[in-house]
Design a binder for this molecule. Structure first.
Ligand code: ADP
Ligand code: MG
Length: 262
């Protein structure tokens, strides 16, 4: 498990501009895998511009929860409302939500047979009907933002893990999402590549993006999170500001978890 060493904890918290507008609402969300009750009555409200870090032991339901937000998993009870649209079974609603919600995975999930640039332009061209030249121009802007424009013509297999993850972030941004979900984006990376990805994520936070980030990078949480959520056994056990969460955890389960990772 990663330690608190990848980002200097210089005590500077990235200022946030949280608006009153609620952009994600989970109300009494429950989900089962067969008999297994994986999400138990999850209630969570996220405001525009808010940055939330989600942590908790392996198997606690973190991935399942954020995957429900763009319907990579289907919940069985309760409501999920994203940007005012309810995640029912209506495929139009699901499509609308997916266009607005970008997701970055632990394993990058780039298309290996497409170049970096093609990975970035695929969805804008095919989902948004964007002209190719425009899609390429936008893609290059985002590749510059994640500091790898010179890799545009390469294939993912020719890049380091850190570079691939930055491409994955750029690819997501090319769809102009209003919300970004990250599921352990640095867990598959060699230690020396973690900070180059976290730096990009800090930049995204500075730009005002609404972010939900599953990570155990506590330096990142302290620097960027407005709220840290601790999950265990399918429940949100505790949530607080990073300061309070790390220095004054309330539940025994949180204390145990923190004692294991810090
Ligand atoms: P986390 O991300 O916190 O490690 P997950 O959300 O991946 O946890 O998984 C929560 C629990 O649900 C685990 O016990 C896992 O084995 C189980 N689970 C995840 N996906 C499936 C699935 N597709 N079918 C059955 N069980 C699953
Ligand atoms: Mg997970």
């Amino acid at each position: 498990m990663s330690l608190d060493t990848q980002l200097p904890d210089d005590g500077v918290h990235v200022a946030s501009a949280i608006s009153d507008e609620v952009v994600i609402e989970l109300a009494s969300v429950n989900k089962w895998f067969g008999e297994f009750h994986v999400l138990k009555d999850i209630n969570l409200s996220v405001n525009k511009g808010e940055r939330i870090v989600i942590c908790g032991p392996s198997g606690s339901g973190k991935s399942t929860m954020i995957r429900c937000i763009n319907r990579l998993e289907e919940h069985q009870a309760g409501d999920i409302i994203v940007n005012g649209t309810e995640m029912g079974t209506n495929i139009k609603n699901i499509d609308a939500i997916r266009r607005n919600v970008g997701m970055v995975f632990q394993q990058f999930n780039l298309f290996p047979h497409l170049t970096v640039l093609e990975n970035c332009t695929l969805a804008p061209i095919w989902v948004k009907n964007m002209p190719k030249a425009e899609a390429e121009k936008i893609a290059m802007q985002y590749l510059e933002r994640v500091k790898i424009p010179e890799q545009a013509a390469k294939y993912p297999g020719q890049l380091s893990g850190g570079q691939q993850q930055r491409v994955a972030i750029a690819r997501s941004l090319c769809m102009s999402p209003t919300i970004m979900l990250f599921d352990e984006p640095t867990s598959a990376l060699d230690p020396e590549m973690i900070s180059e990805v976290l730096d990009v994520m800090v930049g995204l936070a500075e730009s005002g993006m609404t972010m939900l980030v599953v990570t155990h990078e506590m330096g990142f949480a302290k620097r960027v999170a407005d709220r840290v959520i601790f999950m265990d056994q399918g429940e949100i056990v505790e949530q607080n500001t990073p300061d309070e969460f790390f220095t004054n955890p309330k539940s025994d389960r949180t204390k145990l978890f923190l004692s294991q990772i810090l």
